[in-house]
Design a binder for this molecule. Sequence first.
Ligand code: PMP
Length: 369
Amino acid sequence: MTTPFGPSYVRAIAPYVAGKPISEVAREFGLNEASIVKLASNENPLGMPESAQRAVAQAARELGRYPDSNAFELKAALSERYDVPAEWVTLGNGSNDILEIAAHALVEKGESIVYSQYSFAVYALAAQGLGARAIVVPAVRHGHDLEAMLSAITADTRLVFVANPNNPTGTFIEGPALEAFLDKVPRHVVVVLDEAYTEYLPAGKRYDSIAWVRRYPNLLVSRTFSKAFGLAGLRVGFGIAQPELTDLLNRLRQPFNVNTLAQAAAVAALQDTAFLEKSAALNAQGYRRLTEGLDKLGLEYVPSYGNFVLVRVGTDGEAGNRVNLSLLRQGVIVRPVGSYGLPQWLRVTVGLPEENEAFLAALEKALAA
Ligand code: PMP
C-alpha cells in the first residue's frame, strides 16, 4: 500500500457543501432555469446594486493590470465609513478569507480554537485545515452560550469564533452580553466577531463593535459585502482590528486577494446607502411574511436576525433531506443543514415577495406528500 498524500487531518475534512447552483438544479431535475427560485445561500434577492454594476463596467477596462494590492480607495472608503485608520483594515476574498487568514496567522497545529455548536461551518474547516483542536461548545436554544465558551478556553486556545447573528440558526447575542464576554476573554486569545449579517439588524439591536475594537487589541471584527451589500459573486470581505493584529493578518494575505472589479464595486456599494436601506427593509418584510406562513403551517422555527430562517420540517432524521428533495423537484432551492447536525431542519433565505410565496406554496405541498 502506498502512503496517502497529505496530513491525516486534511484527509479527514468533509468539504464545505455550498447551496446548489440554479443551473445544476435545472439540469438534474429537467427544469427551466427561469422558473427556479434559489433561497439557499443568503444572497441579496435584489442582486447587485446598479451603482456597483456601473463601477464594475468602468473598472473592467483596467483588467490587463494587477489589482491595487493595498486597495487604496476601498480602504479609504472603509476607513471613513467606520471611522478607523486604514491601517486597521484587512481585506479578504469574501469574509471567508478573513476567517481563514486569522486562523492561519494565529493558531499552530495542536493548539485550540473555540466556537459554538451550530455556528458557521467555516470555523470547523479552518481548524481542521490547520490540525488545530476544535473545542465545540454546546449551543443553548440554537445560539452561543458565552459563559460556557469562556469556561472552554484553555491555555492553548488562540482563537474564539463568535458569529452574530449566527448562521445557520439566525440567533443573536445582545451587545451588552457580548461586551461583558470580551471583557473576560484572556488577552492571549483573539476573538473573531463575525458580523456577516449585521446590516440586517433593526435599529434597536445595533451595537458599536468598532468601538470595542478600539478597546480590545485581541478583537477582530469581520464583515462582508456578500449579503446586504449584494456582492456575493465578487468576493469581498474585510476585517477591522488594531494595527498589531492587522499587521499579522496582512503578512499572510495573498497580495491580490481582492480583484479590481470587486474593489470598485465595494467602493460603490459602500456609498449606496439607499440600496442598503432598501435591502434591510425588504428583508424585514419578507421575514415577517415567511414566518407568518411557517406559523400557518404549524412549523417550529428559530427566530432569526439574519436574512434567512431555520425551520424544522419534520421529526425524523430524514425529514430535512426528504422535504429538500421535494422542494428541488418543485424548483425551489433551500439549504439542508444535516451537516450541521440539524437533519430535521432546513435553512431558507428571505427572497423577493414572489419567491417567498413560491417557497411557502412548495413547502406546503412537500409536507402534504
Ligand atoms: N460568516 C458567516 C456567518 C456567513 O454566514 C458567511 C456566508 N455564508 C460568511 C461568513 C462568509 O461569507 P463571504 O465569504 O461571502 O463573506
